[in-house]
Design a protein around this ligand. Sequence first.
Ligand code: RP5
Length: 165
Amino acid sequence: MNMKVQVGIIMGSNSDWPTMQAAARILEDFGVAFEARVVSAHRTPDLMFEYAETARERGLKAIIAGAGGAAHLPGMVAAKTTLPVLGVPVQSRALSGQDSLLSIVQMPKGVPVATFAIGEAGAANAALFAVSLLANEDAALAARLAEFRQRQTETVLAMTLPPVE
Ligand code: RP5
């Protein structure tokens, strides 16, 4: 298992952590070393730039960035690194995350952010996508990903429905 931190999980506030933990749990399950920290685009812009600018030299292979509302964190991080940035729209109170989703997904041409579903499903899928990226260079991780898919398939195949009421 590679114990060097490979994935950075960042988020605009600690209020995003209940959502972003879904990404952390997946990475933990797959044995992928990660770090998780609060980095805010508008409240700690200097930290955001430093984080993004040094990420590649620190050995990170991907950054999962979650934010809610006017969610510019993933796009601004992507502007300062050529690492893959996986954006997670956190569900906002005012607009249920539609604002977060559109802020993250509508990147103008030239600086991409891979955008996932709103909320926990998006956070979990961003982590699975990061696992997929890393699995390109790691056969053991690719095998664990195939096993995960197989277990998921078996769970669904075993599903039964109650009789019609
Ligand atoms: C964004 O504003 C964060 O990503 C969070 O989703 C939202 C609310 O932040 P808090 O007011 O809870 O700190 O920057």
